[in-house]
Design a protein around this ligand. Structure first.
Ligand code: KIV
Length: 294
């Protein structure tokens, strides 16, 4: 196990200043968090995508604050030193600024997060402002925002036309002015991502399927490691097909138990001959154990 230094906000900005890309992945559980921290990931997002990747829903909308806190706390236990971002689920911030601040605070106090992320543009600037005023680092999310997938007309590229691209650019400015230290651009054209990155003053711009010009990259862990059987987005490179490895292992387990090649002696525990003989004698004598010594 390699001990890492705790990631901090100044350290993230230093990477930007030095032109070093920031690495970010989603994560939802303790063991994966451990592996990600060992790999040197800078940031982890406990995304409400867990509704689809971990809980099997068709969208992120049914995810609750309780789901998010439980998974975020597990990730924090596995990765104590990464910059941990809690993703605010549907209706945990939309109703009002006060609701947004209260729920953002739960991510910090109950799960040990370092920051929160929420979806939406200028219309959410007051939520970002309130959360930042409460001392909580906040990340905006523009482009394809899965909580609004119905309004956006599906999981598809956003900002392809000039008018919509200008709106996303203006939204990014509004979020930065509201105090967001970082903005995630999901599935917008690479040139729009470049323009927003070049215009950002005190804001880290991250790309998910939005090209190479941002300050860093985010991928959904399950897409990058072949673990989501329903859908494989074009933007996600599969870095290792863990899903195939696990499937192969499961097939072997079922076969080996079925044909009795598992377990083998190294997989069980024996008993000394004299203890076994004594046991048989006791059974025959109808003994009831009065005293059991370790
Ligand atoms: O929930 C999530 O994982 C996200 C990503 C799609 C960015 O918000």
């Amino acid at each position: 196990m390699t001990e890492r230094k705790k990631m901090t906000l100044p350290a993230l900005f230093k990477k930007v200043q030095n032109g070093e890309p920031i690495t970010w992945l989603t994560c939802y559980d303790y063991p994966t968090a451990y592996f990600q921290e060992q790999a040197g990931i800078d940031m982890i997002l406990v995304g409400d995508s867990l509704g689809m990747t971990m809980l099997g829903y068709d969208s992120t909308l049914p995810v609750t604050m309780e789901d998010m806190i439980r998974h975020s706390a597990a990730v924090r236990r596995g990765a104590p030193n990464v910059w941990l971002v809690g993703d605010m689920p549907y209706m945990s911030y939309q109703p009002s600024v006060e609701t947004a601040i209260r729920n953002a605070g739960r991510f910090m106090a109950e799960a040990g997060c370092d920051a929160i992320k929420l979806e939406g543009g200028a219309e959410m600037a007051d939520r970002i402002e309130g959360i930042v005023r409460a001392g909580i680092p906040a990340i905006g999310h523009l482009g394809l925002t899965p909580q609004s997938v119905s309004a956006l007309g599906g999981f598809r590229l956003q900002g392809k036309g000039a008018a919509q691209a200008k709106k996303i650019l203006d939204d990014a400015k509004a979020l930065e002015e509201a105090g967001a230290f970082c903005i995630l651009l999901e599935m917008v054209p690479d040139r729009l991502c470049q323009l927003i990155t070049e215009r950002a003053r005190h804001c880290i711009i991250m790309s998910l399927g939005s090209g190479p010009h941002a300050h860093g990259q985010l991928l959904i862990y399950h897409d990058a490691f072949g673990l989501y059987p329903k859908f494989k987005p074009r933007m996600a490179k599969v870095f290792a097909d863990a899903g195939a490895v696990i499937q192969e292992g499961l097939n072997r387990y079922v076969k080996e138990v079925g044909d009795k090649t598992f377990p083998q002696p190294e997989n069980w525990f024996g008993m000394p001959d004299e203890e076994y003989a004594d046991l048989l004698n006791r059974i025959q004598a109808g003994d009831t154990a009065k005293e059991v010594l370790p």
